[in-house]
Design a protein around this ligand. Structure first.
Ligand code: C2E
Ligand code: MG
Ligand code: MG
Ligand code: MG
Length: 283
């Protein structure tokens, strides 16, 4: 499916095997040191109200900045971080940085949500729940302003303890989103029984080379119908054209994210976007 093709495909055809192996070794050796040296940074991608085109939130996306200035993308080191036992440490750094940045934007008067991707392993970590609780207090975050993005696998694999954690956090006003919806294994039953506030429709169903259409209009339409019927907050990922944005809105999806509105940006660039009079983007 589109996710698998995406990253692997790109690697194979844009660089030789040799270069790729070299980079993988570098990734392996460098992660621990990178954490110590503070080499990670968060970029933020706007999430937009498809009607007003205002920025209603951002998603934090981690990157690794090498001393050469080169930027390494998460798909190239998240898995590796797991293999070398650094998932929780990296995840905690991301959470803290995201909460601190959210506080900064709230203090500037911007009413935003902050979405943070949580890996299954981090969710299962014994200190996960307490860490989130501490951050909510430390940064005095308003109810509903922090959104945790989890993939469908989490709900299938993670076991009872994770559900208790998620429920507890939800009772404290943290929102839970299913990321990449439609690509995993979740059954319809989960949608009714799990602690979920938001569904993010995977970009598989949204973007295509042909930007004039949705890649799977019937599937997209069915997901929107199902999720709005169940009163989930819906976000379409990977919107790359005005045509797609319009279609999604017409079908009942109220929020979107994608290159058409903005790529993930460094915080200074988000500041500049927010400072523009209407804080609204394309369209
Ligand atoms: P995701 O959470 O589904 O994030 C969306 C990804 O799609 C991002 O890639 C984003 O740059 C990309 N994207 C956004 N709009 C468009 C578009 O219009 N077209 C296309 N082709 N792509 C678009 P990125 O930043 O490379 O992140 C990839 C994945 O890595 C994320 O997918 C997420 O699963 C994971 N990830 C990123 N940051 C973190 C993190 O801090 N912690 C964890 N655990 N995972 C992370
Ligand atoms: Mg995400
Ligand atoms: Mg996603
Ligand atoms: Mg995705």
């Amino acid at each position: 499916e589109c996710k698998k093709l995406g990253a692997a495909h790109h690697l194979v055809f844009t660089e030789g095997l040799q270069a790729r192996l070299q980079r993988e070794t570098r990734v392996e050796n460098g992660l621990q040191q990178a954490l110590r040296n503070n080499e990670f940074e968060l970029h933020y991608q706007p999430i937009v109200d498809l009607e007003s085109r205002e920025i209603v939130g951002v998603e934090a996306l981690v990157r690794w900045r090498l001393s050469t200035g080169e930027l390494i993308m998460p798909n190239e080191f998240i898995g590796e971080a797991a293999r070398v036992g650094l998932t929780a440490q990296l995840g905690e750094w991301v959470l803290e940085e995201a909460c601190s940045q959210l506080r900064e934007w709230l203090d500037l008067g911007y009413d935003l949500t902050m979405s943070v991707n949580i890996s299954p392993r981090h969710l299962r970590h014994v200190e996960f729940e307490q860490k989130v609780i501490d951050l909510l207090a430390q940064y005095d975050l308003p109810l509903g302003s922090l959104i945790l993005e989890l993939t469908e696998e989490v709900f299938v694999d993670s076991g009872v303890a994770s559900f208790y954690s998620l429920n507890a956090l939800r009772n404290l006003g943290v929102k839970i989103a299913i990321d990449d919806f439609g690509t995993g294994y979740s059954s319809m039953r989960y949608l009714k029984t799990l602690p979920i506030d938001r569904i993010k429709i995977d970009r598989c169903f949204v973007s295509e080379d042909n930007v004039e259409q949705l890649s799977d209009p019937m599937i997209t339409q069915a997901i929107i119908f199902l999720c709005s019927g169940l009163h989930f907050d819906l976000v379409a990922e990977g919107i790359e054209s005005e045509a797609q944005a319009k279609h999604l809105y017409q079908q009942g999806c109220r929020k979107g994210q994608g290159y058409w509105f903005s790529k993930p940006l460094m915080k200074q660039d988000i500041n500049a976007l927010l400072a523009k009079k209407e804080a609204s983007v394309a369209g």
